[in-house]
Design a protein around this ligand. Structure first.
Ligand code: ADP
Ligand code: TZD
Ligand code: MG
Length: 575
């Protein structure tokens, strides 16, 4: 091995090619990234070797793209960045991927180890490995070209096995130009076998869960994004339908069964959570999104009090159970294996839940659905979230294969409750953190990975976090239709600074024309002030598959503070 920077001779290879070959060998064919020292040549050579390289305008968006590619495909999405600032820009996405259990690998070039470790001030100097470690599932550094195969194999296995998450791989600049004998290089690469092995649940755990479910009077199934990720769609559907148990989908589990399924209790959520006696969690954590399994949402008398439900929790992480409330029957294993074990145990003598339970749910559900239909039928001027999203609802119904990306506050919450999903893994959103900025990164990867049209429903604030990637969308000519729910600001556009002068912190330029941003790069931009205009523009976008941005003009008084999570504001109720 040498540090020869010349192009390798025919019989030798180098760090660049070993990284590329190791990724290809493991079926990773796309890199999401942003070039610069020391990885510019890696992006060029990767493209020359047949990898698809999607080049972004900011690393955070490339990182978000990689993360959601991981969620969609079960293969780690790869994000490639330069050192220090590029690495830090990608780090938010890596941490967010880890929090959401999405497999991704952030590969960052880094500066000279000798100089970094002595803190002598190298170009973009930073001890990246140390900084990444607490924010991801695993972090590795490769110093020698003949270890690249091992480094990539460990990164892949760490990202997808057990609970999936983000992995950091540090590749110092010197590594890329190291050359070695081509045959030895080839032999050093590892094709990972069974990267995410099935994990079968223990038979006694299965029996414990079955006993609890069988004894339930008012059972409920809760599907989380882990269930969507697991790709055990047919078995999950069979479990729900065979048991007859009503279910609630968490946001990104919408569509695992069609939202119009008669067993969906989504429209009766506030009734079923406190009323259920046994809840089967499938790939969903009892975190803040489920009020930590206690409090008034669950029928408890205050925020600290448990409602008395018993829980079955299916999860691949053995330490997830009891994180918030007692789990009576933890079922540890991969969701496919756990659900099929339950299915096998249910057998033929199963009695479906009582007519009393199902009837009580149906009554609330039908009442709420009727109320919603009434609201959606209205056509106020100016357009509000409901009348705009009624259009989106129809478009998704007519195009159930389309991918739906969604962020914002009101723009998020209203879309989640109004727009029905019909197929698994179609809804991609702000996830566990409720993070803004995933929009355009997710949209790009959704288009690249699936080839289906993408509809991104964006709050005007939310869009701003990744908006420059409309150029990326135009550059790769992706079938992405961005719809901005433009209510002139964060939550709404009506706040006033009591002292005059600057506008209020939540207020943006009024009447902004986001559609013109897309036109700047050759895409289609449409200003839509009515549902009819919005419908026409969305239908055209789906048909043409052209990059499109629709500025949907929404009543600036329509939103509420923080959307549906107003209660989490420190001053909630005290104003
Ligand atoms: P949601 O936000 O939809 O409620 P969470 O992200 O809170 O979902 O929960 C997802 C859970 O799914 C995590 O606890 C994770 O460990 C688990 N999980 C992810 N993939 C699998 C899998 N293949 N098998 C079992 N559990 C999984
Ligand atoms: N920064 C980051 C990274 N994530 C966040 N969640 C926030 C800030 C705080 N935040 C929200 O939780 S929603 C939101 C912010 C800034 C934007 C809401 O405004 P919007 O949506 O225009 O996107 P609506 O439709 O006007 O409510
Ligand atoms: Mg807004």
């Amino acid at each position: 091995m040498s540090n020869d920077t010349q192009t390798p001779a025919a019989a030798s290879t180098d760090g660049f090619h070993l990284v590329i070959d190791a990724l290809k060998l493991n079926g990773i064919n796309t890199i999401y990234g942003l070039p610069g020292i020391p990885i510019t040549d890696l992006t060029r050579k990767a493209q020359a070797e047949g990898l698809r390289v999607i080049s972004f305008r900011h690393e955070q968006n490339a990182g978000n793209a990689a993360a959601i590619a991981g969620f969609i495909t079960q293969k780690p999405g790869v994000c490639l960045t330069v050192s220090a600032p590029g690495f830090l820009n990608g780090l938010t996405a890596l941490a967010n991927a880890t929090t959401n259990c999405f497999p991704m690998i952030l590969i960052s070039g880094s500066s000279e180890r000798e100089i970094v470790d002595l803190q002598q001030g190298d170009y973009e100097e930073m001890d990246q490995l140390a900084i990444a470690k607490p924010l991801c599932k695993a972090a590795f550094r490769v110093l020698h070209a003949d270890d690249i195969g091992v480094g990539i194999a460990r990164a892949i296995r760490s990202a997808v096995s057990g609970r999936p998450g983000g992995v950091y791989l540090d590749l110092p600049a010197k590594l890329f130009s190291q050359s070695m004998d081509a045959a030895a290089g080839k032999a050093s690469l590892i094709k990972v076998v069974d990267a995410a092995p099935r994990q079968l649940p223990a038979p006694d755990s299965v029996q414990r869960a079955l006993d609890l479910i069988k004894g339930a009077k008012r059972p409920l199934i809760l599907l989380g994004k882990g269930a969507a990720y697991a790709q055990a769609d047919a078995d999950i559907r069979a479990l729900v339908e065979k048991t007859g148990i009503p279910y609630l989908p968490m946001s990104m589990a919408k569509g695992l069964l069609p939202d119009t399924h008669e067993q969906s209790a989504a429209a009766a959520r506030s009734y079923v959570l406190p009323a259920a006696d046994v809840v089967v969690l499938i790939g969903a954590r009892l975190n803040w999104l489920l009020s930590h399994g206690k409090g008034k949402t669950w029928g408890g008398k205050d925020a600290k009090t448990w409602g008395g439900q018993k829980f079955v929790q299916i999860d691949i992480s053995p330490t997830e159970a009891d994180s918030n409330v007692a789990i009576d029957a933890p079922l540890v294993g991969d969701i496919g294996s756990c659900v099929s074990a339950l299915l096998a145990g249910i057998g033929s003598g199963w009695t479906k839940p009582s007519a009393e339970w199902l009837g009580a749910i149906a009554e609330r559900k039908n009442k709420n659905l009727a109320k919603m239909a009434e609201t959606l039928a209205k056509d106020p001027a100016p357009m509000n979230f409901h009348s705009a999203l009624n259009v989106v609802r129809d478009i998704i119904k007519a195009n159930p294969d389309a991918m739906l990306v969604n962020e914002g506050a009101n723009a998020l919450d209203f879309t989640r409750s109004i727009v029905d999903m019909y197929k698994p893994r179609k809804r991609l959103d702000v996830g566990t953190w409720g993070i803004m900025g995933i929009g355009m990164g997710f949209a790009v990867a959704a288009a690249v990975e699936t080839g289906h049209p993408v509809i991104a429903i964006e709050g005007d604030s939310a869009f701003g976090f990744s908006g420059m990637e409309v150029e990326t969308i135009c550059r790769y000519n992706l079938p992405v239709c961005v719809v901005i729910m433009n209510n002139n600001g964060v939550y709404k556009g009506t706040d006033v600074n009591p002292r005059g002068g600057d506008v209020a912190p939540t207020v943006f330029v009024k009447g902004a024309r986001y559609d013109m941003l897309m036109q700047a790069f050759g895409g289609v931009g449409v200003n839509a002030a009515t549902p009819a205009e919005l419908r026409r523009a969305m239908e055209e976008a789906i048909k043409s598959r052209k990059p499109t941005l629709i500025n949907a003009v929404i009543d600036e008084t329509a939103g509420t503070e923080s959307g549906r999570i107003t209660s989490l504001n420190p001053t909630a109720g005290k104003k």
